[in-house]
Ligand binder design. Structure first.
Ligand SMILES: C[S@@+](CC[C@H](N)C(=O)[O-])C[C@H]1O[C@@H](n2cnc3c(N)ncnc32)[C@H](O)[C@@H]1O
Length: 206
């Protein structure tokens, strides 16, 4: 089963699963880092069922939600019919250059094949002064997240993420600890492991 099939299969359960993995306070921190404001246009990449989209819609932004999984987007569309959903691949986003004020992604980067390329694509669609914000997992060694939950990357070193944002032409690059954890347990086991989460941000200046 590839990653797209995996997320198609779990789409109807994702909202419940997600609540056990990470908290709504992570969403608040991402939205603050994004300086999301009414009237902006935002792209939520790897949007899933709309974890970040919900907060952007609430704040009066126009949202374009992109995901590889048609089923995830179907679930998102049921909750937020006003959102422009686009099925597409993170390394070739279905958006024109310089068309959004914000490009955000939560728990998406560790699923893509080439994270530096995915970041470059998010930077490409930003207008001048547009902001990119990504929240994802710090580097860890919990193999079951790879084998059971289709994680492609075992998290990231923050310095690598900072280099990818800089290589994408972004300025004011920051990669900081979110003071939030992702909690997960391997199938058949009670105890949960915790993986710390970072928030990366940068601004396109031209
Ligand atoms: C762990 S879920 C996170 C969903 C949502 N952002 C959230 O926070 O609840 C990862 C999402 O990224 C999508 N995804 C993974 N790889 C992708 C890719 N290369 N291009 C587009 N979407 C991708 C998956 O289909 C899935 O919906």
């Amino acid at each position: 089963m590839d990653s797209s099939d995996y997320f198609d299969n779990i789409a109807s359960q994702w909202d419940g699963m997600r609540q056990s993995f990470f908290s709504n306070s992570l969403r608040d921190k991402v939205i603050i880092a994004a300086a999301a404001a009414t009237g902006m246009t935002a792209a939520d990449i790897g949007a899933g069922t709309g974890f970040l989209t919900s907060a952007l819609v609430e704040r009066g932004l126009r949202v374009i939600a992109v995901d590889q999984s048609a089923q995830m987007l179907l679930e998102l569309g049921k909750k937020f019919p006003q959102v422009d959903t686009r099925q597409g691949h993170g390394e070739e986003l279905p958006l024109d250059d310089a068309t959004v004020d914000l490009a955000v992604a939560n728990m998406y980067l560790h699923h893509v094949e080439r994270p530096s390329m995915a970041i470059a694509e998010m930077a490409r669609i930003l207008r001048p002064d547009g902001r990119l914000v990504i929240s994802d997992l710090d580097r860890h060694n919990h193999e079951f997240l790879h084998t059971e939950q289709h994680d492609r990357w075992m998290g990231f070193h923050q310095k690598d993420v900072a280099e990818w944002l800089q290589a994408a032409g972004l300025e004011k690059v920051k990669v900081e600890c979110a003071n939030e954890d992702c909690q997960a347990s391997s199938s058949g086991r009670e105890e949960k492991v915790k993986v710390s989460i970072f928030i990366a941000s940068g601004v396109k200046t031209n």
